[in-house]
Design a binder for this molecule. Structure first.
Ligand code: G3P
Ligand code: MG
Length: 248
């Protein structure tokens, strides 16, 4: 929630609807659209540099073909991560998490940093990311999320205070109990499983819910009315408009 109790709009991978996902132009567009938060995905290069990219390979969103774990950052930074989306973004590169943090430190955005530590395992990713959070003094406005809940437990072991959130796709029963058991602070669920029972129960348990990826206006409206602390969307401008017109 924002300080005034309204739903925080998170630009998913930046403004991924209008810009090449997980690039600096996409994050800048999210801020420009009025989002108060952003979501980004983190993988590690061969030389252990945290980079902002959703897939485990560079194949879909760049002009390269390789696993990220097999490329050094020097190799990664030469790739074009914009042209696949539109020629007007040609030459845009994959940002490092440090580049994103350096920029975000000058904003008041809430940062939802998703550790992609499942399909490829990146031992040590938790410490590498936490150290950067501290280096840029972002600990009071960062949420670490992951589908790998062992990674979240490791984050909690290393930092008793930083906010964490469990990512999940399925219709779990009373997931706030599960999240509480692993000392996570929030529920980031696939939006269709954010049913009224979940929203009401989570609210009673004082656990924030931030569904993803919410791109339809009607769903945005329902989730905002349902008291979600945040919604994660590819279309932040639309979500900000829906939120501001709903009075929530
Ligand atoms: O963090 C919410 C959302 O990004 C999770 O799914 O696959 O888009 O990273 P994905
Ligand atoms: Mg993500």
């Amino acid at each position: 929630m924002n300080k005034n109790g309204s739903t925080i709009i998170f630009a998913h991978r930046g403004s991924a609807g209008t810009h090449p996902e997980n690039t600096m132009p996409a994050f800048e567009a999210g801020l420009e659209a009025g989002a108060e938060g952003l979501e980004c995905d983190i993988q590690l290069t061969k030389d252990l540099v945290p980079v902002v990219i959703h897939d485990e390979t560079v194949n879909r969103t760049t002009n390269g073909q390789a696993w990220i774990k097999d490329l050094t950052y020097e190799e990664i930074k030469r790739l074009d991560a914009g042209s696949w989306f539109s020629p007007k973004f040609g030459g845009v590169s994959i940002p490092t998490l440090e580049q994103l943090f350096e920029w975000a430190a000058g904003t008041s955005l809430t940062l939802n940093v998703e550790l992609k530590n499942g399909i490829v395992r990146y031992p040590g990713i938790e410490k590498i990311v936490l150290d950067l959070v501290y280096a840029y003094s972002l600990e009071n406005r960062t949420i670490i999320s992951s589908f790998n809940h062992y990674s979240l437990v490791e984050v909690r072991r290393q930092d008793p205070d930083i906010e964490t959130a469990v990512l999940f796709m399925e219709g779990l029963y009373e997931p706030w109990n599960y999240a509480g058991n692993i000392k996570a602070d929030g529920l980031h669920c696939f939006f269709p499983v954010a049913v009224p029972e979940l929203l009401v129960g989570a609210r009673k348990a004082n656990m924030p819910v931030r569904p993803f990826t919410v791109n339809e206006e009607e769903t945005m409206q329902n989730l905002i009315k349902g008291g979600c602390a945040g919604i994660i969307t590819d279309w932040p401008e639309k979500a900000v408009h829906v939120r501001n017109s709903s009075g929530n």
